[in-house]
Design a protein around this ligand. Structure first.
Ligand code: ASP
Length: 322
């Protein structure tokens, strides 16, 4: 009997206050999440691989005007963009990632190309861009990623001397602003995990990083084992949150390690990482995960996390707050 496919996506976690998200903005997020889950679900139901499904979902999230990956990425302290992305195939533990790119329209495609090429796992900066160009991927000017809303977030973060998680910056900007929040603002690192008909798992993550980050800073998203991990024998995991703490706790891999060495269920392992290990060193955020049996776990220790998932041909579920 073939496995029932499952897909889950996230659009980042953080402070998603009522001030930053009125009813119509919330509806727009639900619609976007639903559309993207439906696209990934349809692909899986046609027999596509988990790998193709997570790449499609992340590509759509990168293009979506509501999330912080691709167009609308946050700014570094130098008012530039440095995007990170990773993809991992749980079947053979193949992985690819790019870090600090600012000219590749879809960083997840570049990560996939690195994986398919097979020689390396992680390419950074100009070398990653040259590789992507050589593979025929769509290139853009760095300004393509810029939006006025992100510039405003950077101004706030600079004024307060902070390096901000995307949603926290957005919420703060909304709280401080007298103008109504622009509903076209884009918030949130994105990711997808999937289980396909052949029982293979895959994960992908893409981000603009954190507002006001230092030039050259690389977050957890493109680091295999930190922000992204997939192993057919355990789970597929994509994280979002304060990247440094996810790196220090090897968060995505820790979910799989707890399942493997401690015999924990997906739910136990994912909750231990997000509710204990990451906050124990001051980290905040969440993750999405699917195990080999198709269990889905979407824990977060922040006010909210944009998320959605679907099992088989069932209607997708989407959620923002608890
Ligand atoms: N984890 C990402 C980073 O640190 C940020 C996010 O999840 O929004 O780059």
């Amino acid at each position: 009997m073939r496995t029932t496919p499952v897909i889950a996506i996230h659009g980042g976690a953080g402070t998603i206050s009522a001030a930053a998200l009125d009813a119509s903005a919330a509806a727009a997020y639900h619609d976007a999440l639903r559309t993207i889950v439906l696209a990934g679900q349809a692909l899986l139901l046609r027999g596509a691989s988990a790998l193709d499904a997570v790449c499609l979902a992340v590509e759509m999230l990168e293009d979506c005007p509501l999330f912080n990956a691709g167009h609308g990425a946050v700014f570094t302290s130098a008012e530039t963009h440095e995007l990170d992305a990773a993809v991992m195939d749980g079947a053979e533990l193949r992985a690819g990632a790019v870090a600090g790119v600012s000219r590749v329209r879809h960083p997840v495609h570049a990560a996939r190309a690195v994986m398919d090429d097979g020689a390396h796992v992680l390419l950074a900066g100009a070398g990653a861009e040259a590789f992507a160009r050589g593979r025929g991927l769509e290139m853009v000017e760095p300004e393509y990623f810029s939006t006025e809303a992100r510039r405003e977030q950077l101004r706030r973060a600079r004024a307060e001397g902070r390096v901000a998680l995307d949603h926290d910056g957005a919420a703060r900007a909304a709280a401080l602003s007298t103008a109504p929040l622009d509903e076209t603002n884009k918030f949130g690192t994105v990711g997808a995990v999937a289980l396909d008909r052949r029982s293979h798992l895959a994960a992908a993550t893409s981000t603009g990083g954190m507002t006001n980050k230092r030039v050259g800073r690389i977050g957890d998203s493109p680091l295999i084992g930190a922000g992204t991990y997939a192993d057919d024998k355990r789970a597929a995991v994509s994280c979002t949150g304060s990247g440094e703490m996810f790196i220090r706790t090897a968060a995505a891999y820790d979910v799989c390690a707890r399942m493997r060495y401690a015999g924990q269920s997906l739910a136990q392992a994912a909750h231990a990482v997000i509710m204990q290990a990451v906050p124990a060193i001051g980290g905040s955020g969440g993750l999405i995960a699917i195990d080999r049996a198709g269990n889905v776990c979407l824990p977060f220790n922040t006010e909210g996390m944009y998320r959605g998932h679907a099992r088989g041909a069932e209607a997708p579920h989407t959620a923002i707050h608890r």
